[in-house]
Design a protein around this ligand. Structure first.
Ligand SMILES: Cc1cc2nc3c(=O)[nH]c(=O)nc-3n(C[C@H](O)[C@H](O)[C@H](O)COP(=O)(O)OP(=O)(O)OC[C@H]3O[C@@H](n4cnc5c(N)ncnc54)[C@H](O)[C@@H]3O)c2cc1C
Length: 595
């Protein structure tokens, strides 16, 4: 497999870079790679059982973990149904992260128009990709490994969800992990789990980012150890030997030969089967190869289809808000506020800074024999950069009203800018309009980029108090202070003076200018959660209880990002894996199998 990988990778990287140099793009090329990652246990349809103990819908960050863990019980029969296909080799190259949204491995969702945000995007609408592959969104994401602040989980539990406090969930974060990090507190990192975590490529620039933080009083921290809430760090990433390590590679491949685990890809679940009289779930209907099949579950169906699709499948089954289902002519089974609590972080791909030295990721660094060899043979070098993301920082702005040590802003340090890939991928992934890209970002050779991310449930700038947008402006000021520190001044760091079209009326770099810029190219950060909210039975906004069971329906659980009831201060991949680990233990315990 390694030799095949090297050969194919070399040929395709050469082809892609030829296109890249010619500023052409051949998206088809990205997806035609031979698929080496098909799971071994792709049972032919004639061999699937008519009945399983558990059926899991969706093999994403949570679903893969659940299938892996439940199939540890050898006399349980488990079926995992996934609409997408197995990964391909291209998806293993970390630097290629931003290209994955242009492959068939995404559902291609697009956000609705909102009058006060994303105004500088094509049709004023942000892209909202979700993965469809064995491994789900972990096949298209940026592999940044973050868990969230301990107070996120204390609040999660305090809101009527016993078993979800920091102490409770830390156990599962550690269980899944196989860490190989140089700067880490190993009291907080597992070393025997399935899921590998490594350091990413560290350029001279990220070293300067860390030094800049330290100059401003932010210590270098292991941000997943949750001892110190504020600080700077290089990124911990889900890589193994420098390649993307998806949840499917981590949790399914090692167990795929288990006779009690059947995995079907390209199997699209269209319906949850529920007896309307008893409100008991007895199976699912799915489509594969143009045919429709029904399969029964004697114990439970577990929805792990992601924040959008789990909510959709519930509503198609008549579980959702009464009026909405009536509008669509779907007979009501259970009136629950499914889909009502969608939350996401917001990110802003600016400001960028110019520097005097050629230090950031560049064509000459990438189109270079040493870099390609380092990646293919040693799993090192700039190709292991997570689409350019190298550094991370957590701060609390002066506007925060939180009494606890909870950051309200995450800083992401990006080595390069929107034009590093000639505008072929990153800005398209953000759906930024041509005029904005051409005027604001594309005509400098050596910009570096510090992105900021709002670590709170943003109201997408509808807040009458303007607390969310003002917090972002405060964080832009913080970033400017970072850029003025000695480590950045030594390389001539200065704010990119190009203005965002549509914001010319405002004095450049004034607070109003940044508010305008934020409304223009502020976008969701793809950490959507909350559509199937977990909460106590007396909370009318809840859909599942703390054991992930859907209220009023028997034999149905939901376990993925949709149950997370607020936008925790983390990128959500590891949180979904933690939900999967915990869900598996809850299920085992409920059925008397937890040893
Ligand atoms: C572009 C991008 C970058 C990101 N970067 C990061 C990052 O760097 N770090 C991080 O922590 N998080 C990141 N995230 C977020 C994170 O990856 C997701 O939140 C997480 O993977 C979601 O896990 P999940 O289990 O909820 O759902 P998913 O992983 O989305 O899994 C759902 C699965 O269900 C399948 N499915 C859906 N409907 C059906 C159906 N009807 N029938 C059968 N199967 C179905 C889907 O195909 C999919 O495989 C990123 C997300 C995106 C989109």
């Amino acid at each position: 497999e390694n030799i095949a990988f090297l050969e194919t990778a070399y040929n395709h990287l050469s082809q892609i870079y030829e296109n890249y140099l010619n500023k052409r793009i051949d998206y088809a090329h990205l997806v035609t790679w031979k698929d080496l990652s098909q799971p071994g246990n792709m049972m032919p349809l004639t061999s699937t059982f008519n009945q399983y103990d558990f059926i899991i819908v969706g093999s994403g960050s949570a679903g893969s973990v659940i299938a892996s863990r439940l199939s540890e019980i050898s006399n349980w029969r488990i079926l995992l149904l996934e609409a997408g296909k197995g990964e391909n080799l291209w998806s293993r190259v970390p630097l290629a992260a931003s290209t994955m949204c242009f492959t068939p491995y995404t559902w291609n969702y697009v956000g609705e128009y909102q009058h006060n945000v994303s105004l500088g995007l094509e049709q004023h609408r942000p892209l909202w990709p979700r993965g469809t592959a064995l491994g789900g969104t972990s096949v298209i994401n940026f592999m940044i490994y973050t868990r969230g602040n301990k107070w996120d989980f204390e609040r999660w539990a305090a809101q009527g969800n016993p078993g979800w406090s920091y102490k409770d969930v830390l156990k599962y974060y550690m269980k899944s992990k196989h860490s190989k990090l140089t700067f880490a507190d190993y009291n907080y990192h597992g070393t025997n789990g399935y899921w590998s975590t490594e350091d990413v490529y560290q350029s001279e620039l990220v070293r300067r980012f860390i030094e800049a933080g330290v100059e401003l009083g932010l210590p270098r921290i292991d941000y997943n150890a949750n001892i110190e809430s504020f600080g700077v760090s290089t990124i911990q990433a889900n890589l193994k030997k420098g390649q993307r390590y998806t949840v499917a590679r981590a949790f399914l491949h090692p167990v795929r030969q288990r006779p009690n685990l059947h995995i079907l890809t390209s199997a699209f679940v269209s319906k949850i089967l529920i007896d309307p009289n008893t409100k008991s779930v007895y199976g699912v209907e799915y489509e594969k190869g143009g045919r429709v099949y029904k399969v029964k579950a004697s114990k439970e169906v577990i929805l792990s289809a992601g924040t959008f699709n789990s909510a959709q499948l519930l509503m198609l089954a008549g579980i959702g808000p009464k009026e909405h289902l009536q509008e669509l002519g779907i007979p009501l089974l259970q009136d629950l506020p499914v889909g009502r609590n969608l939350q996401d972080h917001l990110t802003f791909p600016a400001p960028s800074f110019l520097i005097d030295r050629e230090l950031s990721l560049s064509t000459s660094l990438l189109l270079n024999y040493t870099s390609i060899r380092d990646f293919l043979l040693h799993g090192k070098g700039p190709y292991t950069s997570l689409g350019g993301a190298e550094g991370i920082g957590y701060i609390k702005t002066e506007l925060s009203e939180d009494t606890k040590d909870v950051p309200d802003i995450e800083l992401l340090f990006i080595d390069g800018s929107l034009n590093t890939d000639y505008g072929l991928f990153s800005r398209r992934w953000m759906n930024i309009r041509d005029d904005i890209y051409n005027t604001a970002t594309c005509n400098y050779d050596q910009p570096i980029h510090m992105i900021i991310r709002l670590c709170m449930a943003t109201k997408y700038f509808t807040d009458p108090e303007q607390h969310d947008i003002n917090t972002l402006v405060a964080s832009i000021r913080y970033i400017q202070r970072l850029a003025r520190t000695k480590p950045f001044q030594e390389i001539g760091s200065r704010l990119n003076p190009n203005r965002i079209p549509g914001c010319e009326l405002h004095v450049f770099d004034s607070d109003n200018y940044w508010r305008c810029a934020l409304r223009s190219i502020g976008i969701p950060f793809h950490h959507s959660v909350g559509t199937v909210k977990m909460g106590p039975s007396d909370d009318p906004t809840s859909v599942v209880n703390h054991e992930l069971q859907v209220y009023g329906v028997k034999g149905l659980r939901v376990a993925d990002c949709s149950v997370i009831h607020f936008a925790v201060g983390a990128h959500t991949n590891a949180v979904a894996v933690m939900v999967g680990e915990k869900a598996a233990d809850i299920i085992k315990e409920n059925w008397g199998k937890l040893t």
